[in-house]
Design a protein around this ligand. Structure first.
Ligand code: GLN
Length: 229
């Protein structure tokens, strides 16, 4: 059984929950999703993490009451090889955890660097870490959570037809700057770096959970399965 924690501070967390469940279904794997709300939920039984996109300042403020981010940072230090997927604001938190903390991914990141909300856009991203599996569409019925929230329906029209392209949804996205030699660029939008991998931690400036393409979520699950087997 694979156990994946999702930081439930703010942002597209329910969409990530849905996406990872769909990815597990497509892979015929059983994944338990742990909705993380307080630091004490983080321990060695969690195999991987998702840090959703949203608003990083709001997330840092929301984290204060239960110290969730501190718990996540400690978990990433205690288990440096466990995989983490950080999208958009999640990428900001990985690259710039704040305070005196060292970055978990050594890449410069500038918030809101494409401009205001109305300059958000969709574009095909070139990716290099997604295995060329044939993708099955799970098409699961979107369920309501205990707060009666229903995830947004995923956009099918963004699905890419080839294996090295991914439908990128950029919402008031950050931009990466220079990175250390330990980072690998795994996603690009023309000359722009939009995905960086360092030691099993993957930071994307776009939102894969807002599409029906589950390959990044499948990547996260596959990292855990290969390690555990
Ligand atoms: N602009 C947000 C921030 O600075 C990130 C945007 C997003 O996650 N879609 O945190």
């Amino acid at each position: 059984m694979v156990r994946i924690g999702i930081a439930m501070l703010q942002g597209a967390r329910h969409e990530h929950h849905e996406a990872i469940k769909n990815a597990a279904f497509e892979m015929n794997e059983t994944v338990e999703v742990i909705e993380l709300r307080k630091a004490s939920q983080l321990d060695g039984t969690i195999d991987g993490l998702i840090l959703p996109g949203g608003e990083s300042t709001t997330m840092r403020i929301a984290s204060k009451s239960e110290a969730l981010l501190d718990g996540i940072f400690k978990w990433m230090i205690d288990f440096p090889n466990k995989p983490v997927l950080g999208t958009c604001a999640g990428a900001i938190i990985l690259a710039n955890p704040g305070g005196k903390r060292k970055p978990f991914i050594e890449v410069e990141i500038a918030r809101n660097a494409w401009g205001r909300q109305r300059f958000s856009f969709e574009a095909s991203v070139k990716v290099s870490i997604l295995t060329p599996e044939i993708r099955q569409q799970a098409n699961l019925e979107l369920s309501r959570d205990r707060f009666n929230h229903k995830p947004l329906p995923m956009t099918n029209n963004l699905l890419s037809k080839t294996n090295d392209l991914f439908p990128g949804v950029f919402i008031r996205a950050p931009r990466f700057g220079t990175h250390s030699n330990d980072c690998v660029v795994v996603a690009t939008l023309e000359a722009e770096t939009v995905g960086v991998l360092q030691n099993n931690k993957l930071a994307l400036t776009f939102h894969p959970e807002l599409t029906s393409d589950r390959r990044f979520h499948r990547w996260l699950i596959s990292q855990i399965i290969t390690k555990n087997s």
